[in-house]
Design a protein around this ligand. Structure first.
Ligand code: COA
Length: 209
C-alpha cells in the first residue's frame, strides 16, 4: 500500500474544522450506532444484505460490537463536539491472517480529504501487536467507483470475485476483493492509542461520485 508522507492538513484557517481519527471508545457505542445507521440509511446500496440485521440490533449488541477485541471500530470525529462523521470496521479473519476492512463510510460533507488514509493508519497501529496478520483485505460492490479508485490509489491488488452477492437494497451484483500484503516491518514498534488529526476547510472537498 502506498502511504503518503503526511496525514496532517494544517490549513490554519478560522473556518476549518478539526477532525480526529481514532478508535471508538466503548462508552461511545451510541455514537457508533448512530453513524452506522446513518451510513446504511444514506448509502445502504454499498453494503451487504446482512447489514439489514443491524437495523434491529439491541443496545446490548451495539455495546458488544464496540468492545469486541477482534474488531477495531475507527471513527472520524469532529474534535470540538465528538460527533462522528465517518466510520470503518476492521475484523480479524477466522484464519487470523487477514485484517478485513469494511463498512467504510464518510459523511458526504467530509469526503475528498484523504480521511481514509488516517483511518488505515489507525488500523495499522492497532495491528502492530498482531504479527500473525499477513494481509489487509478490502472489498466493494462491483461498480462502486469511489472504492475502486481508493483501492487503486492505495496500491491494493485485485484478489478474487464473489459472484451474485445480494446487497442491502436487494439487488444482486458481484463483490470485488482486494489484498495488500503487510510488510513485516509494520510489527516492529507497537504504539497503542494513536490519534490522527486533520484540519478541513468546509469548501475544499472533492465532488463525490
Ligand atoms: C468510499 C468513501 C468512504 C471514500 O471517501 P473519501 O472521503 O472520498 O475518501 P478519501 O478522501 O480518503 O479518498 C481516498 C482515495 O480514494 C479515491 N477516491 C475516493 N473517492 C473518490 C472520488 N469520488 N473520485 C475519485 N477518487 C476517489 C482517491 O484515490 C482518494 O485518494 P486521494 O486522497 O489521493 O485523492 C466515500 O465515498 C463513501 O463513504 N462512500 C459511500 C459508502 C461506500 O461506498 N463505502 C465503501 C463500501 S466498500
Amino acid at each position: 500500500m502506498r502511504m503518503k508522507n503526511s496525514i496532517q492538513k494544517p490549513f490554519g484557517d478560522a473556518a476549518s474544522v478539526e477532525i480526529e481519527v481514532r478508535q471508538f471508545r466503548a462508552d461511545e457505542w451510541a455514537e457508533f450506532k448512530r453513524v452506522r445507521l446513518l451510513a446504511l440509511a444514506q448509502d445502504g446500496s454499498k453494503f451487504k444484505f446482512e447489514a439489514r440485521e443491524e437495523l434491529t440490533h439491541s443496545d446490548a449488541q451495539w455495546i458488544s460490537r464496540v468492545s469486541d477485541p477482534d474488531h477495531c471500530m475507527v471513527g472520524a470525529f469532529i474534535k470540538a463536539t465528538g460527533a462522528a462523521v465517518g466510520l470503518t470496521i476492521a475484523s480479524i479473519s477466522p484464519s487470523r491472517e487477514e485484517l478485513e476492512i469494511g463498512s467504510l463510510w464518510i459523511d458526504p460533507a467530509h469526503r475528498g480529504k484523504s480521511l481514509t488514509m488516517s483511518i488505515y493508519a489507525t488500523f495499522f497501529e492497532w495491528s502492530k501487536d498482531k504479527p500473525d496478520l499477513k494481509y489487509v483485505e478490502i472489498s466493494h460492490r462491483a461498480g462502486n467507483k469511489s472504492t475502486e479508485a481508493l483501492a487503486a490509489t492505495y496500491g491494493f491488488t485485485r484478489h478474487r470475485v464473489e459472484k451474485n452477492v445480494i446487497w442491502f437494497d436487494g439487488a444482486v451484483a458481484d463483490k470485488i476483493f482486494y489484498r495488500w500484503e503487510i510488510p513485516r516491518s509494520l510489527f516492529s514498534a507497537a504504539k497503542p492509542d494513536v490519534k490522527h488529526s486533520v484540519n478541513i476547510k468546509p469548501d475544499d472537498r472533492r465532488t463525490g461520485l
